[in-house]
Design a protein around this ligand. Structure first.
Ligand code: WTA
Length: 632
């Protein structure tokens, strides 16, 4: 990552403050953020201790935190099991017949699982894993489309202490192979096919290729969705239903050390091989539980819809673990937001009476392209709390999202990472919002903006986003690569460095400006890509934008922008000029792109993040490096 040898220019200024409605405020768990935050930060261990007591433990902890920089252990000496807290804790109460999961397939199929039914399926799957000889500490790779078996398999592994490695089903065979190899998984759980915009994707074929040279894999379990079912090569390949057939629906959750690994999730750095981020049962459970509860103000009667795929961390923390720990009813839907039409998600919100909706800026910008008539067709009045995650949300998209959902629902712009496990910077529904800002740190979290030496910067100066003290759901290590873990805590001494650039305004609101690696230096001023992109997207003709820095003789780096136009707009010299004028207006002369190229598509990761370094390499005729996460 580049050192912030000069301060990062921040040019975007938004004055609008959106206050919570009295109703939102009065019904939310945390009504006075400022005082609760101050109290939590005065004694974070006391705060986390209290939260942890809301969950069930087999034996209590002797100490909340054991911090030997940069290594942390939370809830030291305690035993617990996250699957027990997601299931047993609820089936012992009236919630046994409450709906846990509503699943909708791409063709509109529906499956509904109560907590009792989910509990039974997870227990049978856990017994089936045991029957294959899997034990605490073994690894299983899960390469499934977004179907309920994905959730069942994750919880079943957790139940017996098997470490799951979920691999997003959009990954290619080499990417899957490298993840199976690194984890040395004994079992791979997959499906014959996934569906994507009406096409069936042959997942089993990908797994065949991937496991051909993985000697660790003893068994491949296949969920067969199509008839007739794909042929399976016994005894190595087993049908999911046959596998569970005859297994008892009771399997006691294994009491595990709070620090026992729960999962490995591979995430890409800017270069090199993917990093296996390791999360554990105890602390991760505490962090995801309380953030889901407070950030979304999750109540017993909510219908919670998160559009992520459990193949990504958002799915792990905010489809599976966080909501189930809270005993929530979750809606999860296979497929894309614009298939079979751009009304897909709005339709689901109306159909199931969704009250909490958690999505991404990329998806919002995609839906914006199709226009407001789509959300207008549906009754969205059940919505109560909205969320976004994954990248900075440009104020333009924020305002659209806010407007089309009724104009009064608070938007939780949640900032976090695979490595952090839980949301770290975010509004709560009672906090005044500034469109484009992720607002304030979550309770118990100390976030700041610092220079390379770790010195706090004054208001509005751009620098590095850091977390100054450990939190329970932080990653514990990078699998088999502890040195790579240490980099996060040692880049800036005594701080966790996220790799994002950010500024803190005079009210203490955090404005994330993109990844540090993407920062462009124009005439000595560092400019975050997100701000320029946001300015471009605020132009009525632009659907999406990506900017990169190109070496330039006089100014160091010049900005080049790639834009996708909205339907009905044509490229012309006048349009390009008006885009430049827009940036000039929004951000000032320094940020105006020297070149603007109209393109049909942008290189993106499978999770929807624009891969600027691929654009840059192409532009400069260089090698793009690792592109295993590239969508197309
Ligand atoms: C970016 C996704 C601005 C950020 C949960 C971070 C965001 C990276 C936001 C982690 C947000 C995520 N505002 N930027 N609300 N949320 N990011 O590991 O650059 O896929 O470092 O985790 O996404 O991406 P990851």
């Amino acid at each position: 990552m580049k050192a912030p040898d000069e301060n990062i220019e921040n040019l975007l200024r938004v004055d609008r403050v959106v206050y919570p409605t009295p109703e939102t405020k009065s019904r939310s768990y945390i009504q006075d953020y400022e005082s609760e935050y101050r109290r939590s930060i005065a004694d974070p261990e006391a705060f986390w201790d209290k939260v942890a007591r809301e969950l069930d433990w087999f034996t209590p902890w002797q100490r909340v935190l054991d911090w030997k920089y940069p290594w942390a252990k939370w809830f030291v000496g305690a035993t617990c099991n996250i699957s027990y807290n997601c299931l047993d804790r609820h089936v012992k109460t009236w919630r046994r017949n409450k709906v846990a999961v509503i699943w909708v397939g791409e063709q509109g199929q529906e499956r509904i699982l109560t907590y009792g039914e989910l509990f039974r399926q997870v227990n049978r799957c856990a017994n089936a894993l045991k029957a294959l000889g899997l034990r605490k500490g073994d690894r299983a790779s899960i390469y499934l489309p977004k179907i309920p078996e994905q959730i069942v398999a994750m919880l079943a592994c957790a139940r017996i202490g098997v470490i799951h490695s979920v691999v997003y089903s959009g990954f290619s065979a080499p990417a899957l192979e490298s993840r199976i190899r690194d984890a040395e998984s004994r079992v791979v759980i997959t499906a014959d096919v996934g569906y994507d915009r009406g096409k069936s994707i042959n997942l089993k074929g990908v797994v065949d290729q991937a496991v051909a040279n993985c000697s660790s894999v003893e068994t491949v379990v296949v969920v067969r969705r199509e008839t007739p079912g794909v042929p399976l090569a016994a005894p190595k390949e087993i049908d999911w239903n046959d596998w569970l057939e005859g297994e008892k629906p009771v399997c006691a959750a294994e009491p595990l050390d709070a620090e026992a690994p729960l999962y490995i999730l591979y995430t890409s750095g800017t270069t090199g091989k993917p990093k296996g981020v390791v999360h554990v049962h105890g602390g991760y459970m505490v962090g995801t539980y309380i953030t889901t509860k407070y950030v979304f103000d999750l109540k017993e009667d909510d219908i919670y819809f998160c559009v992520a795929d459990p193949g990504w961390v958002t799915g792990h923390s905010y489809i599976v673990y966080g909501p189930l720990l809270n005993g929530a009813t979750i809606l999860t839907a296979e497929g894309k937001p614009d298939y079979p039409n751009p009304g897909r998600w709005w339709h689901l919100i109306e159909r199931y009476g969704v009250s909490i909706f958690y999505t991404t800026p990329t998806a919002i910008r995609l839906l914006m392209k199709y226009g407001e008539e789509w959300p207008k067709k549906y009754d969205l009045s059940t919505l109560r709390v909205l969320g976004t995650v994954g990248e900075p949300i440009n104020p333009e998209a924020w305002e659209w999202y806010h407007r089309v959902t009724g104009g009064t629902r608070p938007i939780m712009d949640t900032w976090w990472q695979t490595e952090t496990g839980m949301i770290l910077v975010t509004p709560l529904p009672s906090v005044p919002l500034k469109p484009g800002s992720a607002t304030r740190p979550f309770l118990g979290v100390e976030a700041d903006v610092v220079d390379r030496q770790g010195k706090s910067l004054p208001a509005n100066a751009g620098g590095f986003a850091v977390i100054k003290t450990p939190w329970p759901s932080m990653m514990r290590t990078i699998y088999k690569d502890p040195d790579r873990y240490k980099v996060y805590w040692e880049t800036i001494p005594n701080c966790y460095t996220a790799g994002d650039v950010c500024r803190k305004d005079a009210d203490g609101y955090l404005w994330f400006m993109g990844r540090a690696d993407d920062v462009i230096k124009v005439a000595g001023n560092r400019i975050g890509t997100a701000e320029v992109e946001s300015a471009l997207v605020s132009h009525q003709a632009v659907a999406e934008a990506a900017v990169i820095g190109k070496p330039h003789k006089t100014v160091g780096e010049a900005i080049k922008a790639f834009v996708i136009l909205k339907q009905g707009h044509q490229q012309s010299p006048a349009l390009i000029q008006s885009l430049k004028d827009q940036v000039l207006k929004e951000l000032g002369k320094i940020a105006v792109p020297q070149e603007i190229e109209v393109v049909e598509s942008l290189p993106k990761t499978r999770s929807g993040k624009i891969m600027r370094r691929v654009l840059k390499a192409k532009e400069l005729g260089q090698d793009p490096g690792d592109i295993s996460t590239l969508e197309e």
